[in-house]
Design a protein around this ligand. Structure first.
Ligand code: NOJ
Length: 545
């Protein structure tokens, strides 16, 4: 092992419980060499920006060797960096600098499937049915008189059947693209391999892992039919994600994998953690992924999916808080990521969407637990809805017409012309084009501008770090029922220090009185008597010490 940076930050093993983690979609963050694609050197160069923003950790989306059929979630070598993103040496330099700046690094682990270019899969294709090489994946005989029908009715999340037939007549399972064959997690070699991959990155100093499709690795014995599909009913099985049971997701046996991983993480110093990207039928089943003997966190996608209403937010927040408390884990909030329409656009787009997105971010950052930010949300970026079809790269676009490219457009750093400082002067155009309107949203354009979204995030993150009522020892959420329908207000306190967050989701402005001094607001407050008027679609924090 020649890792150049085996030393993680060790100051606080529980850092992840209250951290703000910034998701770096590496391809779209910063391009150091002018090829139009973001890379690890670009991340390294921009670390001071992230330190100054006030985040605690970065989650980097996959940068491993990959044909990039699914943006790197098709991994051909789990222990190397794709040349498009740099080298292992670049990774080591990046993590060394990050740690020196006090930033922790979480990497993405993709254990449910490999790329079809992975040596295990090419060996499986070259070998015969029933061979040990095929046993690492999920190959099966087809149905029908000549095996011409898929082994069961399972659908790919990206649309169409989850099975592809190979020339000798067998079929293999891919819950995502055909270029992402699912591994057989009942095979001991698969388990041993990923335990080794975990150690490889832990030895290089990573502070944690984001586990891709954490609910997917174990499939129900006998591969039973779901019972309906788009072919038979027009209803896609993926509609049940997070709402119902599917034989290929959230099987009880998957927890054995995490119980084997946890001692590995715990054997390293410095609080190494893992966060599950898991979809389960209920918050209760989701909570089973977290706790002292499994993973540390699971994203609350119910929070991300909440509609713009006080009832909707209140319900998901309360449920997530209860479930997390039962298992002794922190809640894990997220509003945007690389798979979902950006929250500015989800909440209405344009001016209204931006106002609501800023308010929702203040709400999230006042809640207990850990919060994940997605690059560009601190700039108030909207989803890019009008990308030309021929530029879209999401594999699900071809199969379903739905595309996640609009939230993956490279972020604007500076200047008047696209790609707005994403790459060096005179470099290639960015791999997805940024809209002409983004000059005003760049980091440079918003820096130091009072009221800009970037300054709002900087202020909020600064307070989150310094205010005792938002810190690791802070109390729980105390809802205040005094502000009227459509208004969410809660207080957190420790000792004499109190911070109250108020979000106005009603259609009338509200007068806030008696909560203390406003210290952050997503829209201008006006003084009225001793109180303050909070406009519609806005949030504010009030401090009393
Ligand atoms: C979830 C990832 O976030 C998404 O981008 C990817 O397409 C699928 N998992 C498959 O790996």
């Amino acid at each position: 092992m020649t890792a150049s940076n085996p030393t993680p930050l060790t100051s606080d093993d529980d850092w992840w419980r209250t951290a703000v983690v910034y998701q770096v979609y590496v391809r779209s963050f910063a391009d150091s060499n002018g090829d139009g694609v973001g890379d690890l050197r670009g991340v390294r160069e921009r670390l001071p920006y992230l330190r100054d923003l006030g985040v605690d950790a970065l989650w980097l989306t996959p940068f491993y060797t990959s044909p990039m059929v699914d943006g790197g979630y098709d991994v051909a070598d789990y222990r190397d960096v794709d040349p498009m993103f740099g080298t292992l040496t670049d990774f080591d330099a990046m993590i060394t600098d990050a740690h020196a700046l006090g930033l922790r690094i979480i990497v993405d682990l993709v254990p449910n499937h490999t790329s079809s270019a992975h040596p295990w899969f090419t060996a499986a294709l070259a070998a015969a049915p029933g061979s040990p090489e095929r046993a690492r994946y999920l190959f099966a005989e087809g149905r029908g008189a000549h095996g011409e029908l898929p082994p069961n009715d399972w659908e790919s999340i990206f649309g169409g059947p989850a099975w592809t037939r190979v020339p000798d007549g067998q079929w293999y399972l891919h819950l995502f693209d055909p270029a992402q064959p699912d591994l057989n997690w009942r095979h001991p070699e698969v388990r041993a391999e990923f335990e080794d991959v975990l150690r490889f990155w832990l030895d290089r100093g990573v502070d944690g892992f984001r586990i891709d499709v954490a609910h997917g690795m174990i499939k129900a014995e006998g591969l039973p039919d779901v019972g309906f599909s788009s072919m038979t009913t027009g209803r896609r099985q993926s509609e049940l994600l997070g709402k119902g049971r599917l034989p290929y997701f959230d099987q009880d046996e998957v927890h054995e994998i995490y119980r084997a991983w946890r001692p590995i993480l715990d054997s390293y110093p410095g609080g190494r953690m893992a966060v599950a990207e898991a979809w389960a039928e209920t918050p209760q089943r989701l909570a089973r992924y977290i706790g002292p003997d499994e993973l540390h966190q699971a994203f609350s996608f119910d929070f991300l999916d909440a509609t713009w209403s006080a009832d909707s937010f209140r319900k998901v927040i309360d449920t997530a808080l209860v479930e997390a408390t039962i298992v002794g884990a922190p809640t894990t909030w997220v509003l945007s990521n690389h798979d979902k329409q950006r929250h500015v656009t989800r909440y209405g787009d344009g001016e209204v969407g931006l106002r609501r997105a800023r308010a929702a971010s203040l709400l999230m950052l006042a809640l207990p637990g850990c919060a994940y930010l997605y690059q560009g949300e601190e700039l108030g970026l909207p989803e890019v809805l009008d990308l030309p079809d021929e530029l879209r790269q999401d594999p699900s676009f071809l199969r379903t017409g739905e595309s996640r490219d609009g939230c993956r457009v490279p972020i604007p750093w500076s200047g008047e012309l696209a790609p707005y400082g994403f790459g060096p002067e005179g470099g290639e155009p960015s791999w997805l084009p940024a809209p002409a309107t983004w000059a005003a949203l760049s980091v440079a354009a918003q820096s130091g501008v009072p009221g800009s979204t970037l300054e709002l995030y900087r202020t909020a993150l600064g307070i989150r770090h310094s205010h005792p009522a938002l810190g690791p020892d802070a109390g729980e959420v105390n809802w205040l029922e005094t502000t009227g329908p459509g208004v969410l207000a809660f207080r957190r306190a420790v000792g004499e220090a109190e911070l109250t967050c108020v979000v106005n989701l009603s259609d009338a402005e509200v007068l806030i009185d008696g909560y203390g001094r406003p210290v952050a607001a997503s829209a201008d407050l006006t003084e009225q008597g001793v109180g303050h008027v909070l406009p519609v679609d806005a949030a504010a924090w009030f401090d009393r010490r």
